[in-house]
Design a protein around this ligand. Structure first.
Ligand SMILES: [Zn+2]
Length: 196
């Protein structure tokens, strides 16, 4: 990343757009938390934004390894833009982006403001299909694939999030859950096992 300071004005010469893209339990939230910590240490204003639809977390974002970070809840593009302007943010870190279909519109607004964007998102739903609004944006991000460990064979290339509970998804096909609802599987174990 290249951020250059000129006199008292910080001029951003390179806009970062990075996506952490992987299954459940692959460390995506931890990546956002580490990036926020690094920017904050450098005196650069960064905040984690958490879609209102992500009911697993509220004012704190929790990684699966127990770290928590403060976050800003939002339900619309204007919620994020208002916070960016009010807090004079330079970096937006977006958690659980699969829950926010207007991601493309938001990224356009942030790009016009020269805001760095780091996104954490599931790569696919529990049926093995990508979210259209994520798939359509992949080519506009530097994509970092994140991997989990397969719950059945121990492969470090788990790429699927298998639903293992009887909980029902909402009308958009989303089911917010944790270890009791999902397990990560590699491709071989996914195809050998039920996909429901
Ligand atoms: Zn496996």
């Amino acid at each position: 990343m290249s951020i250059y300071r000129c006199h008292n004005t910080r001029a951003i010469l390179e806009i970062q757009r990075v996506m952490f893209w992987g299954p459940m339990f692959s460390g995506k939230t931890t990546e956002l938390q580490n990036i926020k910590r690094q920017f904050t240490r450098a005196g650069i204003r960064a905040e984690i934004f958490n879609p209102a639809k992500n009911t697993r977390d509220n004012e704190l974002v929790s990684s699966h390894d127990g770290q928590t970070s403060s976050c800003i809840r939002f339900s619309s593009v204007s919620d994020v833009i208002d916070a960016v302007d009010r807090l004079q943010l330079e970096v937006v870190l977006l958690e659980e982006a699969q829950f926010f279909p207007a991601l493309g519109e938001l990224c356009d607004e942030l790009y016009e403001r020269a805001i760095h964007v780091f996104v954490a998102t599931l790569n696919q739903d529990f049926t093995g299909n990508p979210w259209p609004h994520i798939r359509d944006l992949l080519h506009t991000f530097e994509v970092h694939q994140t991997w989990s460990v397969c719950s059945l064979c121990g492969s470090m290339k788990a790429w699927y999030s298998q639903k293992i509970s009887d909980a029902e998804p909402d009308s958009d096909g989303n089911l917010i859950g944790d270890e009791e609802d999902y397990r990560p599987l590699c491709a071989a174990c996914w195809h050998k096992n039920s996909q429901t």
